[in-house]
Design a protein around this ligand. Structure first.
Ligand SMILES: Cc1cc2nc3c(=O)[nH]c(=O)nc-3n(C[C@H](O)[C@H](O)[C@H](O)COP(=O)(O)OP(=O)(O)OC[C@H]3O[C@@H](n4cnc5c(N)ncnc54)[C@H](O)[C@@H]3O)c2cc1C
Length: 299
């Protein structure tokens, strides 16, 4: 593999995981190409939180700063392109871009993240990442002292326990669903179904199917996670029950030469990805290091 369309490590994803993996590889002058098709999980978020030294920074600003830093590393290229497929090719990999262009690599770092499928409530998508969110660490503090809503019974015990010291008042809107087995809830519950969500007086007005409304400052929901990209399936990677890619402590997937980091992957001990910018960056660094170890093992 010595043609001009070769890169030693192909990193797919330009969020915190992929950007950190590229920085790590660039620091030891490995030839890296990072692909980014511009679809970030936190695209609708104006300010990210719980990120040391960047608490409150707009995510786009964070990514732009990371991109600027990468320009110092002459072996790192960033391409704003979508990768369509990845397949094994001898002891390396063949990537086909959406343009039809083909590239080869010795190692692949998957950092493509996940896509959130929201409960099908009209208006919810429009306020996602702003007045509706999934993570109390990312989004709770800004609504301290306000009335906070939680949609659905499944995560209500956990979310209400976390948000208790933050909220002025909590309300669970659960259509009368059963709580998880053995769980209790010491929070008012509304058994009606939420049929619409709209902005109202700086917060949200929720319309219910019994004709009443509930006003809250912010609404917490539990999205269903989907892989953003088809590569886990194309490469036949082992998955966790969550649907995310199974990795070990070194970020290795079940296919040698393919590492993964960020929201798309997690260790078997976790029920889901520990989704945060810092965790994704850390996992990206591990995945980048392990990709380099894979290159060294080929010599
Ligand atoms: C509403 C919301 C609010 C959040 N707020 C916070 C917060 O305040 N603080 C915090 O720490 N975390 C927050 N998070 C979590 C955080 O956004 C994620 O944990 C983090 O973005 C994961 O990084 P990642 O690199 O794994 O994936 P992403 O940031 O989603 O990046 C995925 C990358 O893969 C690329 N990609 C995907 N498919 C392809 C393809 N086929 N070809 C090329 N590129 C591709 C995308 O373009 C993108 O560059 C929030 C999440 C949500 C949903």
């Amino acid at each position: 593999m010595t043609n001009s369309q070769h890169t030693d490590i192909a990193i797919i994803g330009g969020g915190p995981a992929g950007l950190q993996a590229a920085l790590t590889a660039g620091r030891v002058r490995r030839r890296v190409t990072l692909f980014d098709d511009g679809t970030y999980r936190n695209a609708t978020v104006s300010h990210m939180h719980n990120v040391l030294t960047h608490d409150g920074t707009p995510p786009a600003e964070f990514r732009a700063a990371a991109r600027r830093e990468l320009t110092a590393y002459d072996t790192v290229s960033v391409r704003e392109e979508r990768v369509a497929s990845v397949e094994r090719d001898g002891d390396g990999f063949r990537l086909t871009l959406a343009t039809g262009e083909v590239m080869t690599s010795y190692a692949v770092v998957l950092a493509t993240g996940v896509r959130d499928e929201l409960p099908p409530v009209p208006g919810l998508q429009e306020v996602w990442g702003d007045l509706a969110a999934q993570c109390p660490f990312c989004h709770g503090f800004e609504f301290a002292g306000q009335r906070i809503g939680i949609l659905g019974a499944a995560a209500a015990p956990h979310l209400s326990a976390l948000l208790g010291p933050v909220a002025g008042e909590l309300v669970v809107l659960d259509e009368g669903q059963e709580l998880p087995e053995g769980a209790t809830l010491d929070v008012p519950r509304v058994a009606a179904r939420v049929t619409a969500v709209e902005r109202h007086d700086g917060g949200l007005r929720l319309t219910l199917d019994d004709g009443t409304t509930q006003d809250v400052g912010v609404l917490f929901v539990v999205p269903t996670l989907h892989q953003s990209a088809p590569f886990a399936e194309q490469l036949g990677l082992d998955l966790n029950p969550s649907g995310c890619v199974l990795v070990d402590e070194f970020g290795r997937t079940s296919v040698p030469g393919v590492t993964a980091g960020g929201d798309l992957a997690h260790l078997a001990v976790f029920p889901m990805p520990m989704a945060s910018v810092v965790q994704a960056s850390a996992a990206g660094q591990v995945a980048g290091n392990t990709a380099i170890a894979h290159l060294l093992s080929r010599r």
